[in-house]
Design a protein. Structure first.
Length: 516
């Protein structure tokens, strides 16, 4: 049988990580052959354990634990859950109960009082008010209910292998790269205004200006403190802040523009990014240096990027550059979620002009299957606000530019949540048939794995001696009827399975390219 070739995920911090089990992602027909072969072996002989099929797809912002309705199953609870299941998350196309948003339900049947929490993965969820309002409405419509108390919360998804990341990055839920392949197309303008839009939506946000040669951030914002402070004991950098957004740029280091060679630049960027005390952030927006060379590649490998937004201008020539950027992210397995076509038109004398031509953005969208395209017109105010140190979306939050950024912000929030959700809905435990169910997104196909086999195939240091490779966890140590207690997504490409003995098994989802 032909073996499958597994590409590595260079942007994930696997180095030094204690060999997690691998849920390899293979075409469904391969899965059955491989699983049969693997599972017929004694676990000590297994190199990689479980084989699952999966492809990236879907999006939304609810909690990512699809099996976590924490209620008993009395009639009253069933009434409430049934009512709540009428509410469909428009992004996931699934009801909020199946999505696992409903938590901590408490019911006092005698008084007709119901309380529960709707847990989302991001405080910036654009439809959180709709969820809250509809949840109140549908539960109040139950005949025996007199009072409903809905609380909203957000449980930001933890980054993959958080403990393996540099300390400063450990509490950042989503890292979004804003990239262009040419300079001067408006990448920094988009990065800064996107970041302030996300902050305006209620998220905790940081901006990292990774352009060492020509940092734009110091011009575009006006923090009181224009120099980064160091924590001398921890040897870390404390970001400066403007209008509630944390900021780090080489331009705030007091060293002006850099005259450095590529490897030095990479070193400086990585040091700035990873030694910063970012604290808890929902989104870190990275204003990437223009281009697709070593500096950009190294940066992508150091940080676990959730997604990328590509900025371009309408010229035909720009298309070629953008294509390079999309290919770079694709190689690094970072999903490109949106293209912003900047300076696409301007309005004058009641007419619309397209000074750089039309169609390059839509060509990118079509050719590379990027789902969203945003047009940003030429606006003197956008340029002026950039130069004045006050982002346009903050200066004029109801203006046309702010509206476009609001749409982009909603897109980023939804896409980031969906990227995580695809992992959580890809792997869940189906208690009724006592099997770990693995769903192939964008298809009806599913696989069922025997929980004991999954547990036995763990390859972490707790189950296998790291030095000798000898099996520590013996086949008979795992009861045949073991059931997982919880399956949680970790970052884009892994789930953590908690077992009754408290052991937390990290299982990676890795896309396989079949060499058939
Ligand atoms: N839509 C727009 N309308 C008017 N001016 C704009 C627009 N977008 C960007 N600009 C202006 O164009 C100039 C370049 O923009 P910006 O610095 O964002 O580009 P960049 O791609 O980040 O450039 P670099 O690669 O050199 O950092 C800035 O002065 C900015 O204010």
């Amino acid at each position: 049988m032909q073996l499958l070739h597994a590409p590595c995920w260079p942007h994930l911090p696997f180095q030094g990580c204690k060999s997690p089990s691998i849920l390899a992602l293979v075409p469904p027909d391969r899965f059955l052959q491989l699983s049969a072969i693997n599972f017929s072996l004694h676990p000590s002989k297994l190199e990689k354990s479980i084989w699952v099929s999966h492809r990236p797809s879907i999006f939304g912002c609810g909690s990512t634990n699809a099996t976590s309705v924490e209620v008993s199953t009395g009639t009253a609870e069933n009434d409430v859950l049934k009512a709540l299941s009428q509410i469909i998350d428009p992004d996931f196309g699934t009801d909020i109960v199946s999505c696992g948003f409903v938590k901590d339900m408490q019911i006092n049947e005698a008084l007709g009082e119901v309380s529960f929490r709707l847990e989302l993965t991001t405080p910036a969820c654009p439809i959180k008010d709709m969820f809250e309002q509809r949840a109140n409405e549908v539960v109040l419509a139950i005949p025996w209910v007199n009072k409903v108390n809905v609380t909203m919360s957000a449980q930001p998804a933890r980054p993959i292998f958080a403990e393996q990341l540099p300390e400063g990055l450990q509490k950042i839920s989503n890292i979004v790269a804003v990239s262009s392949c040419k300079g001067g197309v408006g990448k920094s303008t988009v990065a800064v205004n996107l970041a302030y839009t996300l902050a305006g939506m209620g998220a905790r946000v940081g901006i990292f200006d990774a352009d060492v040669y020509g940092p734009s951030l110091p011009t575009m914002v006006s923090p009181e403190n224009r120099l980064l402070e160091m924590n001398p004991e921890k040897r870390t950098i404390i970001p400066t802040e403007y209008l509630g957004v944390k900021l780090v740029s080489f331009g705030f280091s007091g060293q002006g523009r850099a005259i450095m060679r590529g490897p030095m630049v990479s070193g400086v960027i990585n040091q700035l990014l990873t030694t910063t005390e970012w604290g808890e952030l929902d989104y870190l927006v990275i204003d990437m240096p223009p281009g697709t060379g070593d500096i950009q590649l190294t940066l992508c490998q150091v940080v676990p990027l959730t997604a990328a937004v590509i900025v371009t201008t309408p010229q035909k020539l720009a298309f070629i550059d953008v294509a390079k950027g999309v290919r770079m992210f694709s190689k690094l397995k970072v999903p490109c979620i949106a293209v912003v076509e900047n300076m696409c038109h301007f309005d004058a004398d009641g007419k619309r002009y397209y000074p750089f031509g039309r169609g390059s953005g839509s060509q990118v969208v079509q050719q590379f299957g990027i789902p969203h395209l945003f047009d940003l017109p030429i606006r003197p105010t956008l340029s002026a606000s950039g130069d004045s140190g006050m982002p346009e979306v903050a200066a004029d939050p109801c203006g046309e530019v702010a509206n476009t950024f609001q749409d982009l912000g909603v897109c980023v929030v939804q896409q980031c949540a969906k990227i995580r959700q695809q992992v959580s809905t890809a792997v869940i435990y189906d208690k009724s048939i006592k099997a770990i169910k693995v769903k192939v997104p964008q298809s009806d196909e599913e696989f069922f794995l025997h929980p004991a086999t999954v547990r036995r195939n763990d390859r972490s240091a707790q189950s296998v001696d790291e030095w000798t490779g000898d099996q520590k966890l013996q086949y008979t140590d795992v009861p045949e009827d073991i059931e997982p207690e919880e399956i949680r997504p970790m970052g884009n490409y892994a789930v953590s399975i908690t077992w009754p003995d408290g052991f937390s098994q990290v299982v990676c989802l890795i896309l396989f390219h079949s060499k058939s």
